[in-house]
Design a protein around this ligand. Structure first.
Ligand code: TGC
Ligand code: FAD
Length: 386
């Protein structure tokens, strides 16, 4: 098993390694035995969220006084890596809860909102969702149609969000909507609010162990105290995405290395033409290139983690690494699947499951091409989106 070709562990603190190893042990015990079945059945093991809360992986960088763990950004990344080694759906739950629900409440909310929601989200008592994408607006969230109007004693919310992780099982959703001046704001919508429904999106061939759905608002009355007061504009959801995209850049390393190691072991044992297939140059090329690319992606993750800890990581750097690392992991999954031949499609190995999951990860949180355009904009000063 190779997961650290460049001795990156020597650059981690004892605490970072201890936390990483405890999450690894938890994944081995609780995720690996059930995850293939969950994917086959298209069922989410969302019951694991309470244990994830006990483990301290929900709100890992949120201060302890709000129920979080107060860990640094590299620890957050290492946690995401171990969770996604289990399955992208497990990492998705932790990253949505942490970066897309707890982070905006912590960063843009009032003290009352923090105290009311953060401890319950940290423990897993509450499940959170993040509503940005709409049926007509995915890559271009600035054109969203969901709106709220001021009715004096409350806000009235109308519209719909689509492709929302954990929507059908969420207790609260952080929903981005426009006010009458077209300013993008965030509202906390609770599951029991009248007029709020959350239909499930079925028949997914990817992230089958994660529940996805819509958030539909039909004249939903939202109490005024549920508006996050300290943010206005598209930069609000984008700041949340910076955090989640960073976590994904680490997370996919878990899936990528799991594929690589599965292929390495299989190719050492599988004999064809009276030799292990690992002895053939074409197999070695695949393995060597995979490890090179995964190791480079790992080093990028560590460096961006250091920059995040110093509050110096730019959104464009995060876009670059999200794009690079997801693509690297997906390529590793595709190459590994080939190395296993027919066995590559079997549920006895994790490769096809990771590969199908990564086909979502390369699209959500900004598509592969959108991140390329963000890099293009950053280096030329010319936005090519429009
Ligand atoms: P643009 O004109 O470039 O910017 C508008 C305002 O937003 C600010 N901004 C950012 N601020 C902080 N961080 C970033 N990354 C930012 N990107 C943009 C910008 O400075 C500006 O601020 P201001 O104050 O000047 O107004 O925006 P645009 O309309 O041209 O759109 C470009 C952009 C960046 C939105 C687009 O390229 C993009 O990123 N689209 C992707 C959308 C996306 O990622 N959606 C993700 C939905 S959530 C999700 O997928 C969760 S999956 C979870 C899981 O299960 O793990
Ligand atoms: P589109 O924006 O319609 O893009 C389609 C294609 O056009 C892409 O290839 C794209 O790169 C390309 N394209 C678009 N604009 C340009 C351009 N200017 N130049 C060149 N090419 C362009 N969203 C949430 O808000 N919350 C969630 O929790 C969430 N969870 C998700 C879970 C899953 C499993 C999936 C699959 C998606 C989830 N999403 C979520 C939605 C996700 O963020 C969007 O799917 C993503 O942002 C892309 O939007 P879209 O699917 O509408 O694609």
């Amino acid at each position: 098993m190779i997961t650290d070709y460049f001795k990156i562990d020597e650059l981690l603190t004892t605490e970072q390694k201890l936390i990483r190893d405890s999450v690894k042990a938890w994944v081995d015990k609780n995720v690996l035995p059930i995850i293939d079945d969950a994917n086959h059945k298209h069922e989410s093991p969302i019951y694991l969220i309470k244990e994830m809360g006990e483990l301290g992986v929900l709100g890992s960088f949120i201060p302890e006084r709000y129920g979080g763990s107060g860990f640094d950004q590299i620890t957050y990344g290492l946690i995401m890596q171990e969770l996604e080694r289990g399955d992208s759906s497990i990492r998705s739950t932790a990253s949505v809860q942490t970066s897309l629900v707890m982070y905006p409440i912590f960063e843009f909310g009032t003290e009352e909102q923090r105290k009311k929601y953060l401890p319950k989200l940290a423990s897993g008592e509450y499940i959170g969702a993040f509503g940005l994408t709409e049926p007509n607006h995915g890559s271009d969230p600035g054109s969203m149609e969901t709106r709220f109007t001021d009715k004096g004693d409350c806000y009235l919310l109308n519209g719909a969000k689509m492709w929302i992780t954990n929507a059908p099982v969420c207790d609260i959703a952080v929903v981005w909507a426009k006010d009458k001046e077209n300013r993008i704001k965030a509202l906390i919508v609770e599951k029991d609010f009248e007029g709020f429904s959350r239909p499930e999106t079925l028949k997914k061939w990817s992230l089958r162990a994660s529940v996805t759905g819509e958030l539909v608002f039909d004249n939903v009355k939202v109490p005024k105290e549920n508006l996050l007061p300290n943010i206005s504009g598209l930069k609000g959801p984008m700041m949340c995405l910076n955090s989640a995209r960073y976590g994904i850049a680490w997370g996919v390393l878990g899936a990528g290395f799991d594929c690589f190691n599965t292929a390495l072991k299989y190719s050492s044992e599988r004999q064809q033409f009276n030799k292990p297939i690992a002895s053939f140059q074409l197999i070695q090329k695949k393995l060597a290139e995979m490890l090179t690319d995964l190791t480079a992606a790992q080093l990028m993750a560590l460096r961006i983690g250091q920059l995040k800890n110093e509050n110096k990581a730019t959104p464009a750097q995060i876009s670059m690494i999200k794009r690079n690392n997801v693509n690297t992991a997906l390529k590793a999954a595709r190459e590994s699947r080939q190395i296993l031949g027919a066995m590559g499609i079997s549920g006895d190995f994790p490769i096809m499951r990771h590969m199908m999951n990564l086909e979502s990860v390369i699209t959500y949180e900004g598509t592969h091409d959108i991140h390329l355009l963000i890099t293009g904009n950053d280096i030329t000063g010319i936005p090519a989106f429009k």
